[in-house]
Structures are given as C-alpha cells and as structure tokens.
Ligand binder design. Structure first.
Ligand SMILES: Cc1cc2nc3c(=O)[nH]c(=O)nc-3n(C[C@H](O)[C@H](O)[C@H](O)COP(=O)(O)OP(=O)(O)OC[C@H]3O[C@@H](n4cnc5c(N)ncnc54)[C@H](O)[C@@H]3O)c2cc1C
Length: 475
C-alpha cells in the first residue's frame, strides 16, 4: 500500500463504517462547486483533481476524528456543504480529504417563544424553511435558488437575505470543530459579554479555520401574504436614491430590489424590459398598517420621479426567484445554453451609499470592456450600505479565450470596485489567483494570517483559499 492509502486505511478504521469512501463516483462528483472557472475546466477536459477520499460525518465527534487525523497526517481538508457556492470555496485540492457535511442534517429544535431554529450544519435551507413554516415562521425572504444550500455553507458564505439581513446576522450560536479536534460550543445564545465572538470569527474563514457543526438561527414571523409595488424610476441613480430613502426611513419591506436596464432585461425577458430600470418592493399583507405604508411609499416614489406600474413583475419575479441560479447552471453546465465560448457569472460588491453610484458606473464600465451583456441589481439594502450584484456574460471565439476574457473582466471589475471604495464579495476561488490578494489591505491580511496560523497551525483546512498557504508566502 502507498503512504496515502495507509493513512486513509487508518482513517477508515477510526470512524464508524460507511463514513469514509474513496469510491470513484463519490469523489469525482465532489471535485468542485459551481464556480464558473471550474465548470469551464470540466468542459475543456482539464478536470479539477478530485479528493483522495470523501468523509460523510454523522456527528461532531466524526468531524473531530477526521480533523485530528488530518493534522497528524498533514492531509489537507476541504469542507463542503451542498457545493452550490460559486466561488471555488468548496473546490477539492490534490490529495485532500473532503468533508461532506450533508449527512449532518438534523433539525434539532424549533422554538416559537424565542423564534429560533437549531440544526446541524448540513441541514438544507429549504428544509429549515419547511420546519419553520410549519410553526408560522421563516428565515426571511431568500432571493434566489439557495434552498439546496446548507446552513453551514450559508453561514460560512455570509449569504445575503432580502429584507436587509445577511445570514450571519441571524445566527445566535454556532458550534465549531477546530483543526486539533476540539469542539468550541456556544451552549447558549451570545451571552459572553466582554469577549469577541470566537465562533463567528472562525465561521468567517469559510472552512479555513474550523468546521461549523451546528447553529441556532433567529426566525421571523412568516408573512400572511406578499403584496408587490413595482416602480419605474427614470434612471438607476434616481432609483438608488429612492431605495436609500426607503431603507433609512422606518419602512419595513420584505424585499426591496432595484434592477438597472441590463438586469431588468435579463430577469424579465419576455416582458419587453431592458430599456429602463425597475424597482420592486414587497410588503407583508398581514403587517399592521400595510396599506398606509404602501400609500406612503407610492407618494415617496412619486416625489423621486418614479412611476408606479402595478404588481405583475413583482409577482413574476417572486415565483421565479430561483431562475438565475438555474440559468447560470444551464450556461456553464453540460447543456451550454448559450453555446461554447461563453462564461456567465455574477460579480458582487458591498458598498456604502455615498460610494454606490460611482461604484455602479465604474464596475459596470469595467465589465463592459470584456462582456457582451452586463446588468446590475441593487439588493439587500440596509441603512448604511447595500450590495450591487452584476450578472455578466462573456463571449469569445472558444472556451480558452472565454476563460482569459472572464479573468480579465473579473480583474478589471475587482480593481474598479476597490478604487471606488467598495468591497468585492464572494471571490474566494479568485483569491487563489494572487492578484486579488494584492488588493487587500496589508494590515488586515497580516491579522487574518495570524488568526489562521493560531487556529490551524498545520495549515490543513481549506489551504490557500481564504488566505494563502504558508508554502505560497503572502503574495
Ligand atoms: C444569485 C446567486 C448569487 C450567489 N453568489 C454567490 C457568491 O457570490 N459566492 C458564493 O460562494 N456563492 C454564491 N452563491 C451560491 C450559494 O448560494 C452560496 O454560496 C451558498 O450559501 C453555499 O452553500 P453550500 O451549502 O452549497 O456551501 P458550499 O458551496 O459547499 O461551501 C461554501 C463555502 O462554505 C464553506 N463551508 C461549507 N460548509 C461549511 C461548514 N459546515 N463549516 C465551515 N465552512 C463550511 C466551504 O468550505 C466553502 O468555502 C450564489 C447563489 C445565487 C443563486
């Protein structure tokens, strides 16, 4: 037997039967997540190396066993939820053991007094929604096709939810397993005043500093019904000023989302959209004073020059909010819905309101240098900031050219966003390309490296993803 096979045999022995497998089919399908570049590599036959083995832990104890073994044998470990991430965070590394969390999927309790749900990290968001809904609660309006994503993956990625709260803000407690096998458990909701929240810090490393094994999330009351108001602002800038005003006043929209003409064309193909922006606002029909609030909203919109155009587009979008994820999969998967030589992705940046319009202009301009289609949505607005999501399509003569153009587009957009004072998000895989790292504040980078070294001294956890591995140096 080789050294790797010897080591794997010792892991198999240390765990209950069936937890570890090196079966070709099981490892091959977990080589990458839904990062556009990895899907493109697959199509070109240049496959991402699959893991040496996959572990399906059923308990925190199994996770500890795998991590302690990996530290001892110096084997890299990649943590994977459902693999729906689009940034290479769950992508396999040569010789790694991949920790697939989806069998730790129990929903442990739903508390309708505190409005919380406690579940293992591999539970799917769709299943959490079903369990919460049975008790008249929900996690908040999710805006896209993330029902299949896991709780742990959504926390690690900081998945944004409409209504303004990213997933991490809903998390009351997280239990994390560290690389030496210790379990850092928050046994009660955040009560340790005076100490930084270690579990939340670890979660932010996206599988690079610890494995989330369990979490408690805060729920809201499920809306009685969803009612829409759709407006037509005369420009994206005017629409964003209106969204800011709504977000900073005490309105309580369930969803508040602005589409520039390009994004409106992509989302409402078939409705003749694509020339003008659209603003969509959803309210809860059961909320006290909802009709008065809608009246105020329409008055406010009017004062910003935005015309009320009814409800239909909102209802359509709500019913089809998973379409973008399905469309990205259709373009980048075997189907190649837009043909060869095409890459589609979404560039996202978080930005404070003062810098938002400049960021929109600069990033859109940067992407348009390389992409044939670019749109922008303003989403997850909060009182001080919002996210700008730019779906874009790059077309080239063949897949190799498309890859180069895609990277150039991403490079240019990242630099434009950073220069405008925005923070690009969700680019874990691209950080491994070096130039993205150079844009990070050197002090922040050195602190992140120190925290990573303290929590993962053997550098076995998702090495080279969120921060560079020691072998690479801090390039
Ligand atoms: C419109 C749209 C936009 C999206 N934008 C992005 C984006 O910008 N970036 C992006 O990555 N995804 C994006 N997604 C994809 C996806 O919705 C989220 O990334 C999702 O929350 C990931 O969940 P998952 O369970 O599939 O995690 P995975 O894809 O399996 O993992 C995601 C990351 O979390 C880590 N992780 C997973 N589980 C754990 C755990 N238990 N403990 C510690 N770390 C863990 C992984 O190592 C990896 O780094 C988008 C989806 C849509 C529809």
């Amino acid at each position: 037997m080789t050294r790797v096979a010897d080591a794997l045999a010792s892991l198999v022995d240390a765990l209950p039967a069936g937890v570890v497998t090196s079966h070709h089919g099981e490892v091959a399908v977990r080589a990458h997540d839904r990062w556009a570049l990895a899907m493109l590599r697959d199509l070109q036959g240049d496959r991402v190396p699959p893991p040496s083995a996959v572990a399906f832990p059923r308990s925190a104890q199994d996770v500890s066993t795998v991590l302690a073994w990996a530290t001892e044998t110096r084997t890299p470990v990649v943590v994977r939820g459902a693999g729906t991430g689009r940034a290479g965070g769950a992508q396999s590394l040569a010789g790694c053991v991949l920790l697939d969390m989806t069998r730790m999927n129990r929903i442990l309790s739903v508390d309708d007094v505190s409005q919380t749900i406690r579940a293992e990290a591999g539970a799917r968001l769709g299943d959490l929604e079903t369990a919460a809904s049975a008790r008249g609660m929900w996690l908040g309006a999710r805006s896209d096709g993330t029902a299949g994503s896991t709780l742990g993956g959504a926390i690690a990625r900081g998945e944004p939810l409409d209504g303004g709260s990213p997933m991490r803000e809903r998390i009351l407690a997280i239990t994390v397993t560290l690389s030496d096998g210790r379990v850092l458990g928050a046994r009660s909701e955040r009560t340790s005043a005076g100490w930084p929240d270690a579990s939340a810090l670890i979660a932010a490393f996206e599988g690079g500093a610890g494995v989330i094994v369990e979490a408690t999330a805060s729920l809201s009351r499920e809306p009685t019904g969803v009612v829409w108001d759709v407006f037509r602002p005369h420009s994206f800038d005017a629409g964003s000023a209106l969204v800011r005003e709504i977000s900073q006043r005490p309105f309580r929209p369930l969803v508040l989302r602005l589409f520039d003409p390009g994004a409106a064309g992509m989302a409402f193909d078939g409705f003749g959209e694509g020339h003008r922006p659209l603003l969509m606002v959803a309210g809860d029909t059961g909320a006290p004073g909802v009709e008065a609030e809608r009246f105020e909203l329409r008055e406010l919109a009017k004062s910003f020059g935005a015309r009320h155009i009814g409800q239909e587009l909102g209802e359509h979008w709500w019913a089809h909010r998973g379409d973008e994820a399905a469309w990205l999969d259709a373009v980048m998967g075997a189907e190649r819905a837009l043909g060869d030589g095409v890459v589609a992705d979404v560039f996202v940046a978080a930005v404070t309101w003062r810098r938002l319009v400049r960021t929109y202009d600069e990033v859109r301009g940067a992407l348009l240098e390389y992409a044939e289609r670019v749109g922008c949505r303003l989403e997850a607005p909060r009182p001080s900031l919002a996210a700008l999501a730019f779906p874009f399509v790059v077309r080239a003569s063949d897949d190799r050219d498309a890859r180069d153009r895609y990277l150039a587009a991403w490079d240019s957009a990242t630099r434009a966003a950073s220069a405008a004072g925005a923070r690009p998000v969700g680019e874990v895989g691209l950080r491994s390309l070096g130039w993205v790292r150079q844009l990070t504040d050197p002090d922040a980078r050195s602190i992140a490296l120190s925290v990573k070294a303290a929590l993962d001294p053997g550098a076995i956890m998702n090495p080279g993803k969120v921060v560079p591995s020691p072998q690479e140096g801090d390039s």
